[in-house]
Design a protein around this ligand. Structure first.
Ligand code: AHR
Length: 634
């Protein structure tokens, strides 16, 4: 029997409570949410023609050459020079896309290119081909301008077939000499139909979660394997052709998945991240480098007396997001199409950095940020080991420093999540708030493939989240990680949402997150059994909140038992509940059950009605199930 004191509002639930954490891992950005179809469009990968293949039976020496103009364009120096004298000889290049290109029948595709034409006469014949080599869309581009100036040209054409793994042929027809760069192909159906934008189906998955915040751009990519390859936001804004590509920190063998072609083009840069946050109604939460590279890799550190650049990056970012359009960085934001501020309220300094080295660096950042922007909350990292000495040290120091949020990460077994559902019940309320910034239940490995997002992991997360929700006065943000994974290009699993070139599906963990995020309520109300919070007693976990504007009571319960349990939910309230409540059930017959591309909704929320009689709900809770009851109170 559970008693819900529905009129006794305790902690307020922060509007930010449930959010998302985006990182360019598992082809999250390039090859994922960034809808560009051409890989290595500017020939800046370590091997300039990676992703490209020469086409033609007879390719004369020097007719397809990669040249470098590093003086003129240091951020994007390489380009392709095509020099063809024989109009009968067909030569070209084929781009393989990011594990192929997902092409949809009837959709328009927009091809663009930068060029300069010294000897006119060549035209570009664009041809999308399926796996058998059949043409499934074609277009032509005839460069008009002549001379030494770089120009942008574009053309569009429609696809005649759907193909998940198409390739793009670019044939050079005629004779002439032309320089080309930034060969690019986007579908028309990007999010909000923005040219050069994001994959709409992936953004929609995020929007459907109604996230309170979006943390970006990582994760380890913030740190870089070494400082030179850290994420530097200033290099990700302004014209895309000037954004300097770098190797992705996940271009590595991890979980036995080498990804030698994993680079960051920064087509999804900081402007686009802020815009995405705004689009989906989430508070932006950028994380910046603290002057330390990944301590699991080089552990390189910027000396304390050279931290200025790093601190200045933070100050300039605040100006970019919030500054007046007459400031240097506010002006750039306006030029990029957003004169209004992005209303940045918080930012992270460091990701999973540790030791006294982190603390002394953070101290420097904090001093400057507090002095110049006292309204900006600082999120600081407490590392990867939620129960260990490293965590204890950091937690103590971060409390002393009075940061705004401590960012805790837990990638742990489902059992850990179940046994830590009460982690914050007795947490010290006086210091910083908690940001559960990265978590995921990691079940044991059963196949050679990715660690599975099975129901066993998801239900353990659901149980753990009752504890976060119950302690919403101290836990004010939470996000699962990683967010996205491409089925043909992942490095880390489990992940919340899986994609291929044309499809997405939400894992059971996705539906858990979504149920919490879209039913968070505005205040916690006590839910007790035998006078105690319900956190694992007899395999049950529970929390309840009230949504004041909607007059709705939201009860969440996990039955982690192999047998059904009869639950009596007694509502202690002076208000009148409606006769029926919504009952939303997430369950599976097997803890190993998963969703997949073939069966994407094998596990998904099912809504029915349940009677409310004498201010009581009686529910037979199915084994291994997560319930949400929504009761209107008048
Ligand atoms: O989410 C994957 C990685 O896990 C993140 O990049 C890092 O912060 C953590 O170690």
């Amino acid at each position: 029997t559970f008693t819900i004191q529905a009129d006794h509002l305790t902690a307020k639930i922060a509007p930010t409570m449930w959010g998302v954490f985006f990182e360019d891992i598992n082809l999250g950005a390039d090859g994922g949410i960034y809808a560009e179809l051409v890989k290595n469009r500017s020939f800046e990968f370590a091997q300039p023609l990676m992703g490209w293949q020469k086409l033609g039976d007879n390719i004369p020496e020097g007719s397809l050459a990669i040249l470098n103009r590093s003086q003129e364009k240091p951020n994007n120096p390489r380009f392709l020079q095509v020099d063809s004298n024989d109009p009968q000889n067909k030569i070209g290049l084929q781009n393989e896309g990011f594990r192929g290109m997902g092409i949809k029948r009837g959709l328009r595709y927009d091809f663009s290119v930068w060029y300069r034409q010294l000897k006119p006469g060549l035209r570009l014949h664009l041809e999308l081909v399926d796996s058998a080599g059949n043409t499934i869309g074609e277009g032509f581009l005839e460069p008009e301008a002549i001379g030494n100036q770089w120009q942008r040209a574009q053309t569009s054409f429609h696809a005649t077939q759907t193909c998940p793994k198409a390739k793009l042929n670019v044939w050079f027809e005629g004779q002439g000499k032309i320089d080309l760069d930034m060969l690019s192909l986007f579908p028309e159906d990007t999010w909000k139909r923005r040219p050069g934008g994001l994959r709409a189906d992936m953004v929609q998955r995020l929007a459907d979660m109604k996230p309170g915040f979006i943390r970006f751009p990582g994760g380890c990519i913030v740190e870089g394997r070494e400082l030179a390859s850290r994420f530097q936001w200033k290099k990700t804004v302004g014209p895309v052709e000037d954004r300097q590509l770098i190797i992705n920190r996940w271009n590595t063998e991890f979980q036995h998945r080498p990804a030698p072609d994993y680079y960051q083009s920064f087509g999804l840069g900081f402007f686009e991240y802020f815009q995405l946050a705004e689009d989906i109604g989430a508070e932006p939460l950028p994380i910046l480098n603290c002057g330390m590279a990944c301590q699991f890799n080089s552990a390189e550190q910027a000396p304390l007396d050279e931290l200025n650049t790093y601190v200045q990056d933070v100050l300039d970012l605040i100006e970019f997001a919030n500054g007046d359009i007459h400031t240097q960085w506010g002006k750039l934001r306006a030029q990029m199409g957003h004169p209004a501020p992005f209303h940045l309220k918080m930012l992270g300094v460091g990701n999973e950095n540790w030791g006294p080295q982190y603390i002394e660096r953070l101290e420097l950042f904090k001093k400057v940020i507090d002095a110049q922007h006292p309204d900006i909350k600082i999120v600081a990292s407490s590392g990867t080991d939620p129960d260990g000495e490293r965590f204890d040290f950091l937690n103590r120091k971060l409390r002393e420093l009075q940061v705004g949020f401590i960012d805790e990460h837990y990638y742990r077994s489902p059992e850990w999540f179940l046994s830590h559902a009460n982690r914050y019940d007795n947490y010290d309320r006086m210091g910083p708030k908690v940001f559960a910034g990265e978590y995921a239940g990691h079940p044991p490995q059963v196949t050679d493939g990715p660690l599975e997002n099975n129901w066993g992991a998801a239900i353990a997360e659901a149980a753990f989240l009752t504890g976060l929700e119950r302690n919403a006065d101290v836990v004010q943000m939470a996000s699962y990680a990683p967010l996205f994974a491409h089925i043909d290009g992942w490095q880390w699993a489990p992940d919340l949402i899986w994609v291929d070139n044309l499809r997405t599906y939400g894992t059971p963990s996705y539906y858990v997150q979504q149920l919490y995020a879209t039913n968070k309520g505005t205040a916690v109300v006590p839910m007790l059994a035998d006078g105690q919070a319900v956190s694992g007693q007899e395999g049950l976990y529970a929390s309840s909140t009230i949504d004041q504007p909607n007059g709705e009571l939201l009860i969440k319960v996990v039955n982690y038992n192999h047998k059904p349990v009869r639950g009596m939910f007694k509502l202690e309230t002076g208000k009148k509940p409606t006769k029926e409540a919504d009952q939303i059930l997430l369950t599976a017959t097997d803890l190993k059950a998963v969703n997949s591309f073939d069966d994407p909704e094998h596990i998904h929320p099912q809504t029915t009605k349940i009677a409310v009689k004498d201010k009581t709900i009686v529910a037979d809770l199915q084994p291994y199930s997560f319930y949400l009851f929504k009761v209107k109170l008048k």
